[in-house]
Design a binder for this molecule. Sequence first.
Ligand code: B12
Length: 211
Amino acid sequence: MANDKILADLKTAVETWNVKLAQDSTKEALAQNISPKEIIEFGLGKGMETIGERFDKAEIYLPQVVAASKTMEAAIKILEPVLTAGDGALRGTVVMGTVEGDIHEIGKNVCCAMLRGAGYSVVDLGPDASAQAFLDAAEENNASILGGSALMTTTLEAQRELVEAVKEIGASYKCIFGGAPCSKQWCDEIGADGYSATGAEIIELVKSLSR
Ligand code: B12
């Protein structure tokens, strides 16, 4: 099967919340040596973009978004072992979470899997993680980098709060952020240490901060 057709099927699968098509196409993509990065960026992620746009225009409602996200999650489950099959050399620990008040976690999960694949140990706090939870986990796990995902304009503020919480206790943890409404400009404004737009770029970012 041509790669373009597989990527188109992955997009369609998320758009039509077709779990079986998503799983079959993901397996087919891996069999054709399409990388997990391409599967996410040019297949599943494209479908999720359409879902976001259609939700924006009120053409679909929350249950359909939930169904689409479950479809994407089912495909990511298949990708996880590939994403996390790193070289085993432990490069350091990163605490990841979706910031307080925000329950979106697909993108954060992609980032966690990418980091694990690159040899980092990841402590995943899940969604709705408070600044205190980040600080506690960093101390308990001797981590040096905190990664906070925010998918809503309303929860971006929690990223600023995390930077401030780190400053307040005088710790040297590096704060990195991402998520659709987040940007390099926002990260500069709140005094964060880094921003990346995708799960693929997060590896270089973390590497540059770990040196
Ligand atoms: C799927 C989805 C949901 C699912 C989430 C399921 C889950 N388990 O995560 C469900 C249905 C639960 C949901 C709920 C809601 N949602 Co919603 N949702 C989405 C949707 C369609 C896609 C998000 C997604 O998963 N994208 C795919 C992933 C792979 O991409 P990503 O998250 O951007 O991640 C990548 C990068 O950003 C980056 N990255 C991500 N995190 C991090 C972290 C770090 C540290 C770094 C470096 C990089 C990084 O790397 C990732 C991989 O490449 C978006 C639309 C959109 N355009 O984003 C709306 C959207 C985010 N949702 C929205 C809203 C409003 C809600 C609700 C409030 C709806 C409601 N009325 O209840 C609730 C949220 C409640 C809450 N308190 O959080 C709005 C937010 C609007 C705004 N501007 O604030 C959006 C933009 C839709 C819209 N257009 O209105 N949602």
